[in-house]
Design a protein around this ligand. Structure first.
Ligand code: FES
Ligand code: FES
Length: 155
């Protein structure tokens, strides 16, 4: 059985000491060790993106990344996307009243914010291609697209 390791992870701009098995998925380090529960577990097999975070600014499924592979890379979770929920994507999400049950939404917002970072003026097809990588069992897809368009327009 693998030994626990003590290591440091940089989350939302802060170095955090964690102790866990090296093969523990980052998702569980965030949720269980650091008690940051904004990042959600949906499937654990790279299908839903409920667990999406940014690693060095790029969208990544945290259920697929073992602690041993995080290294010194900067992790951003929904809790750290903005200090006061004022990120253009968060404001657009409220304006368009996107969430239904809400479970998938932190992953959706992290996907949308990563998209707009690399492509501030996405076409509708760009938005559809990117956001289809995140599942929403409530079917809030139409409002998600409207919110990404609004964030691109008003951001
Ligand atoms: S929980 Fe990570 S992709 Fe579904
Ligand atoms: S809002 Fe319920 S799963 Fe997306």
């Amino acid at each position: 059985m693998t030994q626990m390791i003590q290591t440091s992870v940089r989350v939302n701009g802060v170095d955090r000491q964690v102790q866990a098995h090296p093969d523990t998925p980052l998702l569980w380090v965030l949720r269980e060790t650091l008690k940051m529960t904004g990042t959600k577990y949906g499937c654990g097999v790279a299908q839903c993106s409920a667990c999406l975070v940014h690693i060095d600014g790029v969208a990544a499924q945290s259920c697929q990344i073992p602690l041993s592979e995080v290294g010194s890379r900067a992790i951003t979770t929904i809790e750290g996307l903005s200090p006061d929920s004022s990120h253009p994507v968060q404001k657009a999400w409220i304006a368009e009243q996107v969430p239904q049950c809400g479970y998938c939404q932190s992953g959706q917002i992290m996907r949308a914010s990563a998209l707009l970072k690399k492509n501030p003026r996405p076409s509708r097809d760009d938005i559809l291609a990117e956001m289809q990588l995140n599942l929403c069992r409530c079917g809030s897809y139409r409002r998600i697209v409207a919110a990404v368009e609004r964030a691109a327009r008003e951001g």
